[in-house]
Design a protein around this ligand. Structure first.
Ligand code: NI
Ligand code: MN
Length: 228
């Protein structure tokens, strides 16, 4: 069965039978990171958007490990030009990889990368559905709450939903509880909180509010590994 390790912020390692996936590996310069980028061994790097706290060390890890970056087309093209192997996709599209299926979902957010003379816009942000080894994992990316989460939940039996709760840039805990309800996820895991002052949030508050609505939720400590 898949195992999911929380690496801090929006970063997770997903260990599958046939591959190791790392999602949004923002580790260098991340005060909440559980490890440095050199500690990550991955076969695929999934990137939801181009913000520095998600693109993070993705290109460096992909180059060192010979891993393939899976990302929306514009972001994938940027990574390819930096010397990474990529598999470009886009929202609503799915692909069967040797390890399982990946589908890109909408996410309401931005995807610009600050560069020396402005902002490099890298297309639309996304979320990921990873369907492998008999389980479905949904990483929402950075997003506000949206009602199509109900549709995503209707069309997929989501075992674990990784949901931002930090507010300011994304959903807060209350919106994330509603997201968990719309998705009908078997388990919801909070992410994207506490890294910076502006996204301070109490994961226990999210877990309590979810439980009050009969929803299973669990906060993972940085470095904690959850076996599905
Ligand atoms: Ni972002
Ligand atoms: Mn972010």
């Amino acid at each position: 069965m898949p195992a999911i390790t929380f690496l801090g912020h929006g970063a997770f390692l997903v260990e599958l039978e046939k591959a190791r996936l790392v999602i949004d590996p923002f580790l260098s310069g991340n005060p909440a990171a559980g490890c440095g980028p050199e500690a990550v061994e991955a076969d695929y790097v999934l990137l939801t958007h181009g913000h520095p706290d998600h693109l993070g060390d993705g290109i460096e890890i992909a180059r060192r490990c010979g891993a393939t970056i899976i990302a929306p087309f514009e972001l994938a093209t940027h990574c390819e030009r930096q010397g990474a192997r990529v598999h470009a996709m886009h929202i609503g599209g799915a692909h069967d990889f040797p390890f399982g299926r990946v589908k890109l979902t909408i996410a309401f957010h931005g995807s610009g990368l600050p560069v020396e003379d402005g902002i490099l816009y890298l297309g639309n942000p996304c979320g990921f559905l990873v369907i492998a080894d008999g389980a479905t994992v949904y990483h929402a990316g950075d997003t506000g709450l949206f009602y199509d989460m109900k549709l995503i939940g209707e069309m997929n039996r989501i075992d674990v939903a990784l949901l931002p709760i930090g507010g300011n840039f994304t959903m807060d805990a209350d919106d994330a509880v509603k997201a968990a309800e719309l998705l009908g996820a078997g388990l919801s895991v909070p992410m994207h909180y506490g890294t910076f002052d502006v996204i301070k949030a109490d994961p226990a508050d999210f877990v309590r509010k979810a439980a009050a609505r009969g929803l299973r939720a669990k906060a993972l400590a940085v470095g904690e590994r959850l076996v599905l």
